[in-house]
Every structure is written in structure tokens, then in C-alpha cells.
Design a protein around this ligand. Structure first.
Ligand code: RIB
Ligand code: CA
Length: 319
């Protein structure tokens, strides 16, 4: 079993990712923590509670996290790509919502790490504010984190929320830099370079919807998200960024990685939130002293889609 914490800002693709985690027989889902991002943290928390209710997981504690970034407040949010409620306008179709933990996100993460007899994987699929706060508040727990799997960043693809920045990093660049460059936790970063190549068409979603209630619920969130991909990126298909990251967290080796130091532009210029992968040789990299992370640049998209369909059509296991 893989002990897992998911930090999330549901979010349409977060919903696919949470379903993969909640339904995976090989995962011991210890906690879900919520963060500002696609929508405000009030809504991401309600969405996470409803999603876990839909997936039959009232046993999983949900800890509410940060509502704003570490340092600079955001002037705007992701402009409606996920719908006003974060789930394509269908949030109320999910549920019943599971209880919210009395522990807030960082306290809940810390309690899971303290209680665990083995290292815990933390999959972060929204802005990394909670994870950075955990590292700063409880550096003693860093050794109990087996691995970070982060959906975020971009090496050569460019940005999605701005010309230079991917949304999760843009949502809190200082937090992203703390996690990517300021931690020693083994880290896999799953950037847009890969996730934008693993997309789901309307036909694929229709097929998923026919597999059962979980597939139907997930497919129902597509409207604004799929439309956005058609109009903004010219794709008649939608990227499920977070689900790719969760598949890697659950099945290590799903993606092929390249080790490289990754730093983050935390300036206030047009590059704010850009992730800079250092592709130079080890000697040059050592000069800057930024530790390497595993950057996922390749995967078999057909196999990933097939694995997603298999796991999302399996239905809610009896517990
Ligand atoms: O850039 C993609 C990321 O931003 C995904 O995590 C999506 O859910 C949004 O949060
Ligand atoms: Ca997300």
C-alpha cells in the first residue's frame, strides 16, 4: 500500500485525480487537503468533500488549507476554465459531502506524517502554498515525506495562465520555489510539457460516462473546461493534468523523467511564475547549488488514457 496525501484545488482535472486516488486499491489515502486555486478555498474544500462522498470515502479526512498565497495576493484567479463552482457548474450533483476535519491542512498533514510508520507520498495538484508552509513550519517532518509528486510548471511549453507561467506555480511562485528548489524531498514534477499531450476527447468522455456513476459524474463536469481547451488551445480535447500526476504517484514509472534543477521566477515581471529547468551539465548546475528534481517529460499517452479508463470505470469498491 502507498500512504498518500493529496493536496488539491478541485477543479475538474483534480476531480479525475481524486477519483483515481480514492478508488485505487494500492493506495492508503491518509488525507486530502485543500488550497486556493481554480476557485476559492471555501469552494475547493466543499468540492473535495463532495467528491470523496461521491467516491464512497467518508473515511478520508479533509483539511482546509490556505486561501491566499504565501506572499503576494493574486490580482485575478483562473478565469472560469473550471466553471464558477470549480466543477463545471455540477458541484451540487456530487456528494453527500464527507465531514471536514477539525484539523486545518498543515496540521492534518503533520499529524499523518507523525503517525505514519512509513514514508508518505504527498501529491500536490494545486498551488503549493500548504506544502511550502508544512516544510517551513515542520522541518523535522521532511524526512517522513517519501516523495513529492507535483503537477505544475513548464520547461519548454510556455505558460497556460500567462505567457510564461503554469497555473499552480503562478498561483504561488514563492511556495513553488520553496518546494522545488528549497527542499530535499525526492520530487517528481509533472509539467505542462507532458500533461498537454495527454488529453481526453468528448467521445472518450462519453465512453467513460457509460461505464457507471463515477465515470458519468466526472464526464458531467466537462462543459466549461472542454470548451476552454477548444477556444484557448485549439484542442478539441481536455488535459487532465492532475490525473497524470496521481497516476505517477500511485504507479511510479508511469512517466519517464529527466533529472534537472528547477528554479522559479518570483519577480514581479512578465516572467513571474515561470519554472526554469537547468539543462546544463552537472558541473555548471553545481555552481548554482539548486538540487535536481525528476521532471516528467515523456509517457505513453495511449496507455495513460487506458489506465485512467480502467480505474475510473471500476466503480466504488465496497468498504
Ligand atoms: O495548470 C494546470 C493546473 O492548474 C491543474 O492542477 C489544474 O487543476 C489547475 O489547478
Ligand atoms: Ca489542480
Amino acid at each position: 500500500m502507498i500512504p498518500l496525501i493529496v493536496d488539491t484545488d478541485p477543479g475538474v482535472d483534480d476531480a479525475f485525480a481524486l477519483a483515481v486516488a480514492a478508488l485505487a486499491p494500492e493506495v492508503d489515502l491518509r488525507a486530502v487537503t485543500t488550497v486556493h486555486g481554480n476557485v476559492g478555498v471555501e469552494q475547493t474544500t466543499d468540492n473535495a468533500r463532495r467528491l470523496l462522498g461521491t467516491f464512497g470515502r467518508p473515511d478520508v479526512p479533509v483539511g482546509r488549507g490556505a486561501g491566499v498565497p504565501l506572499v503576494h495576493l493574486l490580482e485575478r484567479r483562473s478565469d472560469g476554465v473550471h466553471g464558477d463552482d470549480g466543477l463545471g457548474g455540477r458541484s451540487l450533483d456530487f456528494g453527500p459531502p464527507v465531514d471536514e476535519s477539525p484539523l486545518r491542512a498543515v496540521a492534518l498533514m503533520a499529524s499523518v506524517l507523525e503517525a505514519s510508520e512509513e514514508p508518505v507520498t504527498i501529491a500536490a495538484i494545486g498551488p503549493f502554498t500548504n506544502v511550502a508552509t508544512l516544510l517551513s513550519a515542520r522541518p523535522d517532518l521532511e524526512e517522513r515525506i517519501g516523495r513529492f509528486v507535483l503537477m505544475g510548471g513548464s520547461i519548454a511549453f510556455g505558460g497556460n495562465v500567462s505567457a510564461s507561467a503554469e497555473f499552480n506555480v503562478w498561483g504561488d511562485p514563492e511556495a513553488a520555489r520553496r518546494v522545488l528548489a528549497g527542499s530535499r524531498v525526492p520530487t517528481t514534477m509533472v509539467p505542462l510539457d507532458l500533461t498537454m499531450r495527454i488529453t481526453l476527447t468528448a467521445d472518450w468522455l462519453d465512453d467513460l460516462a457509460a461505464t457507471g456513476p463515477v465515470g458519468a459524474a466526472l464526464a458531467s463536469t466537462r462543459e466549461t473546461y472542454l470548451a476552454a481547451y477548444s477556444t484557448r488551445f485549439g484542442h478539441a480535447a481536455m488535459a487532465v493534468h492532475d490525473a497524470v500526476a496521481l497516476l505517477e504517484a500511485i504507479v511510479p514509472g508511469t512517466v519517464a523523467t529527466t533529472p534537472m534543477p528547477v528554479d522559479v521566477d518570483t519577480s514581479s515581471g512578465p516572467g513571474r511564475g515561470a519554472t526554469i529547468g537547468d539543462l546544463r551539465g552537472a558541473e555548471a548546475q553545481a555552481v548554482d547549488g539548486v538540487r535536481p528534481v525528476e521532471v516528467a517529460l515523456e509517457a505513453d499517452a495511449t496507455s495513460v488514457r487506458a489506465e485512467l479508463r480502467r480505474r475510473l470505470s471500476a466503480g466504488v469498491p465496497r468498504r
